[in-house]
Design a protein around this ligand. Structure first.
Ligand SMILES: *[C@@H]1O[C@H](CO)[C@@H](O)[C@H](O)[C@H]1NC(C)=O
Ligand SMILES: *[C@@H]1O[C@H](CO)[C@@H](O)[C@H](O)[C@H]1NC(C)=O
Ligand SMILES: *[C@@H]1O[C@H](CO)[C@@H](O)[C@H](O)[C@H]1NC(C)=O
Ligand SMILES: *[C@@H]1O[C@H](CO)[C@@H](O)[C@H](O)[C@H]1NC(C)=O
Ligand SMILES: *[C@@H]1O[C@H](CO)[C@@H](O)[C@H](O)[C@H]1NC(C)=O
Length: 395
């Protein structure tokens, strides 16, 4: 009898500690890490972008069928909201639900620009709400909301576009493609200005670089075009996109840009895995410890079988799978176009660090802008006032 009671007690204690380790501890960790960041007032994340950000939860312009039905959650936007302990996530991002970004692009920065450069009809139904349209929808719902409530709240915006845009430009003449990228970035920042003006105060924007799309497993499956030429074109365009994005971001004066170096992050994940596989270690010891992801080429969901899968290693047992992988946490990619949820979560941690440290990429521009405003104010003062000010300060 006594042994049974003691056994019960031990089992009970065991369950208690499991609950503590599995449930209470993670909560404590999250709360202690970012408690101060968004405390005090209500906070929300407003999300603009494509399928990388689209949570599949819609308030306005709800799609007939959910294009994100097969997405792997959490996405980086959901994980970022959780990290920042935000009260709500307003999703304006839109996706095509397709894995073929050439035929069915996700939301673009500017549909008109892409359609113009690629000779397509901008009113084609395959084009989703672009950044401009997403911002209009957001402003419309804000206006309705503002009349009802005037809550003090902190807003963080996420703006992630570009993968579909660049995908559309791949294979064009260099000059046209570059023009397309330049115009798209111009639109992107014009829309950020629209948001800043509507908010009437400095905004906070998480803005990721785009990853090198040639690493996405589906890239090599494009039906048309000679692969090496396409690859070269894509690498150049991604570089161009990120350079133009940085250049424009550096000069933005509507608020803080938290620039998320997604491309660098992705390369690090790939490098780590390759060094481990080859068995070399660098001075940091990278390559010795197990990589974050052991599988960085094949996605968890098998790619549709097509004729050529060059340059994949066809001897790889993994590329024969027809079922989803058994351990998604080892996979960098979820499907041919998207990162796995573990990758999304890691990316969100990087973003949360930027936001919590107020890591501002355009700090110089903001300071200069402030100074200019101050000087302008001085100049606008009546000369008499200015003199009085100076005599006051001297006495
Ligand atoms: C989700 O996956 C199923 C099975 O692969 C597929 O038939 C369906 O079209 C997919 N839905 C979307 C929205 O991609
Ligand atoms: C479309 O392209 C042409 C020539 O490249 C240019 O003149 C025109 O302004 C463009 N239109 C739009 C809406 O961007
Ligand atoms: C909200 O108020 C503004 C002006 O205060 C007005 O123009 C707008 O129509 C209002 N919106 C709604 C939905 O009532
Ligand atoms: C994968 O497919 C190739 C070619 O069809 C075949 O030779 C190989 O044995 C398969 N590997 C596995 C693990 O099934
Ligand atoms: C972040 O830093 C910028 C630039 O110094 C500043 O203008 C802004 O108020 C800061 N934002 C927060 C939330 O502290």
């Amino acid at each position: 009898m006594r042994t049974i009671n003691r056994l019960h007690a031990i089992v009970f204690l065991g369950i208690c500690s499991l609950v503590y380790v599995g449930w209470v501890l993670p909560t404590l960790r999250v709360q202690s890490r970012f408690q101060k960041v968004l405390s005090g007032s209500r906070s929300r994340l407003v999300v603009f972008g494509d399928s990388y950000s689209d949570t599949g939860v819609y308030k306005v312009a709800v799609p007939k069928t959910n294009p994100q039905a097969n997405a792997s959650h959490p996405l980086w936007t959901e994980a970022l909201c959780a990290e920042l302990l935000c009260d709500s996530l307003d999703n304006y991002a839109r996706s095509s639900g397709s894995l073929d970004f050439k035929a069915h692009p996700d939301a673009l920065v500017d549909t008109d620009v892409v359609a113009n450069v690629t000779n397509q009809n901008p009113s084609n139904a395959k084009f989703k709400a672009d950044f401009g349209m997403q911002v209009q929808r957001w402003i419309n719902s804000e206006q309705q909301r503002l009349n009802r409530t005037a809550v003090q709240e902190r807003t963080v915006f996420t703006v992630f576009f570009g993968i579909s845009d660049v995908w559309q430009f791949v294979g064009l003449e260099d000059k046209e493609a570059h023009e397309g990228v330049r115009q798209s970035i111009r639109t992107l920042f014009a829309q950020l200005d629209v948001i800043a003006q509507f908010m009437r105060k400095p905004i906070q924007v998480v803005l990721p670089h785009i990853p090198d799309i040639t690493f996405l497993p589906a890239f090599s499956q494009q039906p048309e075009g000679p692969f090496p030429t396409y690859q070269r074109s894509a690498v150049f365009l991604v570089e161009k996109w990120n350079t133009e994005l940085e250049r424009a971001a550096r000069e933005f004066v509507g608020g803080s840009i938290h620039l998320l170096s997604m491309n660098k992050w992705l390369l690090e994940m790939l490098r780590e895995q390759q060094m481990y596989t080859i068995g070399i270690a660098d001075e940091n010891g990278d390559g010795k410890r197990a990589p974050t992801f052991t599988e960085t080429t094949n996605p968890c969901l098998p790619l549709p079988v097509t004729g050529a899968q060059y340059p994949f290693d066809m001897d790889d047992a993994d590329s024969n799978r027809t079922e989803p992988c058994t351990d998604p946490s080892q996979y960098l990619f979820w499907d041919g176009m998207h990162l796995s949820s573990k990758a999304h979560r890691l990316l969100a941690l990087e973003a949360a660090d930027l936001v919590s440290h107020n890591d501002t990429f355009n700090l110089n521009a903001l300071r200069k802008h402030e100074q200019e405003l101050a000087e302008k104010k001085d100049k606008d003062k009546k000369p008499g006032e200015a003199e009085m000010d100076s005599t006051n300060s001297e006495s």
